[in-house]
Design a protein around this ligand. Structure first.
Ligand SMILES: Cc1cc2nc3c(=O)[nH]c(=O)nc-3n(C[C@H](O)[C@H](O)[C@H](O)COP(=O)(O)O)c2cc1C
Length: 342
């Protein structure tokens, strides 16, 4: 099948400002989904189900958080072949995010820098979207939660508790994002004391909600790549002790050495895509060797071909996710990875 994304769609999208391209891609997918045309995007790979975090995933590939921030296109991404879709990050109250421009392509390296800052419609509107847009979706739905920009870290736990309580009935798993570089101070919540306080509260709440609802929704935590092996090992020990159900590694990086000298390289924000791959794979490997073997890892960062997905799995990931690779390669990348892993 000809690669229509590469020959037709990407040249059009890349002529647009990146955020506008993002908007039109989601609008197009939503329309295709409503018209039933998204079936044309089916990857043509057999299901290869796996059980991770006690959930049955149709395959090992997922869509990383941040692309379907407001949960508008879940079934469309599912039709494309993604076995799981992580929506969000969603905060309790709606917020506009940082001023534009806040998204930049570094085309020479298949990379992106973003400082979106959790632009999202807030948890109530997002849950309305989930109810609408997951119809027909047979995969696993992750809801990624964060804190509002104007909530100080001392009260961050309240925002995460709100997100957890509200998202719990709708989610298959919940991801706790403490690793975006674009909300001032958020990464301080990865400090072991702060992370311990936050995650213990959330685990206790998860226990209560499981009792109330009769449904157990696993709780994963998403970490940054900008930590040394000692910090990773310390967090891994903490996650094991608390009984986290999964770890998602990694978010975007604030490091720039892999892209220095390129246009946009000095924009503030998080770098993702191919230049992140080596570091993300190292973090997965470091985590795997330090983490309780029962705690699964969702590997993400720079995967842009089947070899990248295989490398993340070989380093110790149980599932993989993509975002920036998808911007550059579209549904072809989904098909390529699913066929390689089938
Ligand atoms: C534009 C953009 C927005 C993102 N927004 C979020 C977000 O809201 N929450 C989150 O946990 N990660 C977010 N991410 C990080 C991705 O989920 C992923 O961890 C990171 O981009 C590395 O994967 P990749 O190299 O495949 O893109 C975002 C990434 C990009 C490029």
């Amino acid at each position: 099948m000809p690669d229509l994304y590469r020959s037709l769609l990407r040249p059009l999208l890349f002529r647009l400002d990146p955020e506008r391209a993002h908007h039109w891609t989601l609008a197009g997918l939503r329309t295709a989904s409503l018209l039933g045309l998204d079936a044309l995007l089916a990857p043509g790979a057999p299901d290869t189900p796996v059980e991770v975090m006690g959930l049955r995933f149709p395959n090992r590939l997922g869509l990383a958080a941040g692309l379907d921030k407001s949960a508008a296109c879940i079934a469309g991404f599912g039709a494309m072949g993604f076995g799981h879709v992580e929506v969000g990050t969603i905060t309790p109250r709606p917020q506009p995010g940082n001023p534009k421009p806040r998204l930049f392509r570094l085309r020479e390296r298949g990379a992106v820098i973003n400082r979106m800052g959790f632009n999202n419609p807030g948890i109530e509107a997002a849950l309305d979207n989930v109810a609408r847009s997951r119809r027909g979706f047979c995969g696993v739905l992750g809801i990624n939660i964060g804190k509002n920009k104007d909530t100080p870290n001392e009260r961050a736990v309240d925002d995460y508790l709100t997100g957890l309580q509200r998202a719990y009935p709708a989610a298959d798993y919940i991801a706790v994002n403490v690793s975006s570089p674009n909300t001032a101070g958020l990464r301080d919540l990865q400090d072991p004391t702060a992370a311990g306080n936050l995650l213990r509260r959330l685990k206790a709440e998860q226990g209560g909600l499981a009792e109330q609802t009769g449904k157990r929704v696993p709780l994963a935590v998403k970490i940054a790549p900008d930590m040394d092996d000692h910090q990773i090992a310390e967090l891994a020990a903490l996650f094991g002790e608390i009984g986290m159900d999964g770890v998602i590694a990694t978010n975007t990086t604030v490091a720039r050495h892999a892209v220095s000298g390129l246009r946009h390289a000095d924009e503030a924000g998080g770098l993702s895509g191919a230049p992140l791959e080596a570091r993300a794979t190292e973090v997965i490997a470091a985590l795997r060797s330090a983490l309780d073997p029962r705690v699964p890892i969702i590997g993400v960062g720079g995967i842009s071909d089947a070899a990248g997905a295989r490398a993340a799995l070989a380093a110790g990931a149980d599932l993989v996710q993509i975002y920036t690779g998808f911007i550059y390669r579209g549904p072809t990348l989904v098909r390529e990875i699913l066929r390689a892993l089938a």
